[in-house]
Design a protein around this ligand. Structure first.
Ligand SMILES: Cc1cc2nc3c(=O)[nH]c(=O)nc-3n(C[C@H](O)[C@H](O)[C@H](O)COP(=O)(O)O)c2cc1C
Length: 310
């Protein structure tokens, strides 16, 4: 049967040839790896979060598979914003002929630092800046992440938007907050063009035989299948609270998972841990499975699916 299903989407002002976005951090920022993800079918790729200065990250082991997903504590390894610009420029050159967009992820410890990192990263002309606010606010008395507080999430958004100029800004939210809709509304009011939801869920996995946590850092972020129902709930609550588009991320391994994320209210779909489970073919496989679902249900475009679970 000839396929008529169209996977193209509009994410605000951006056009993507399909809704699948490589999630930040899973493949680092190596231009060659980002190109490989583009060649294997991503509509856009996100670089690993980059901060103001070089960071080595945590000692190994930093990523472990357990029964229901992955747990990681990489520790935001990155070369610092100045060096990142060179990598992003190289990546952009490789992605342009493939019609795949480059999203640059940034993090920082204060609002001023976010502003400084954004002003450096714009020199690489990414197609979008993704703001990872799951990092601790060093000015908060308890080191609470920016993502946990509507006021500081809004302040970071405003600071990055001021530097970003014409480049759209997506703010990436954390799942472990009591009211994610409120945080989403705060970043929308502060000018965010999109929301990425969600980052990993804090957790811990213990090896009973070794009688110790599996990660050197003891605690880490849960991703993969265990995160999917949490991410779907977050996306649905955000879609209920704001009008800007959502990049639904968390536990998408198959085309059906991607469709569920869109039915919950996402426009684009982040793909991270799937690369661990299904290899670099994940993007092609997920797209084929989405097309099969669309044919089976007589759906011709992604637009017909967005938010349709409600
Ligand atoms: C090894 C690893 C490293 C990650 N590094 C980052 C990062 O640097 N910045 C970020 O915003 N999210 C990071 N994430 C979170 C992912 O981008 C994504 O939000 C999360 O893994 C949920 O999606 P998934 O279940 O498809 O993996 C990382 C996840 C993993 C597994």
């Amino acid at each position: 049967m000839e396929t008529t299903s169209d996977l193209r989407i509009k994410l605000g002002s951006l056009q993507l040839k399909n809704p699948l976005v490589l999630a930040s951090g899973v493949m680092g920022t190596s231009p060659a790896l980002l190109e490989r993800m583009a060649l294997s079918g991503a509509g856009a790729v996100t670089s690993k979060s980059c901060g103001p200065v070089n960071r080595k990250g945590h000692p190994n082991p930093v990523v472990i598979e357990w029964e229901h997903g992955l747990i990681n504590a990489v520790g935001l390894t990155n070369p610092g914003a100045e060096e990142e610009v060179g990598l992003l420029l190289q990546a952009k050159e490789k992605l342009l002929p493939l019609d795949v967009l480059l999203f640059a992820s940034i993090f920082a410890g204060t609002v001023e630092e976010f502003s400084q990192v954004a002003s450096t990263i714009v020199k690489a002309h990414p197609d979008l800046i993704e703001v990872n606010i799951s990092c601790p606010n060093v000015r908060d008395d308890f080191g609470l992440p920016f993502a946990a507080d509507a006021k500081s999430a809004g302040e970071v958004t405003r600071a990055v938007k001021t530097q970003a100029g014409e480049i759209p800004v997506a703010v990436k939210l954390a799942p472990n907050v009591p009211n994610i809709g409120r945080i989403a509304l705060a970043v929308e009011e502060a000018g965010a063009d999109a929301i990425t939801a969600v980052n990993t869920m804090p957790g811990m996995v213990i090896d009973a035989d070794a009688a110790r946590p599996v990660l050197h850092n003891r605690m880490g972020g849960i991703s993969g299948p265990a995160l999917k129902p949490i991410a779907l709930r977050c996306v649905a609550e955000i879609a209920d609270s704001v009008h800007i588009p959502i990049i639904g991320t968390g536990g998408v391994l198959t085309g059906r998972d991607a469709v569920e994320m869109i039915l919950a209210g996402a426009t684009a779909v982040g793909v991270g841990s799937a690369l661990w489970y299904r290899g670099s073919e994940a993007f092609t496989l997920i797209q084929d499975e989405m097309r099969a679902y669309m044919q089976e249900h007589d759906i011709h475009s992604i637009d017909e699916l967005i938010g349709k679970a409600f």
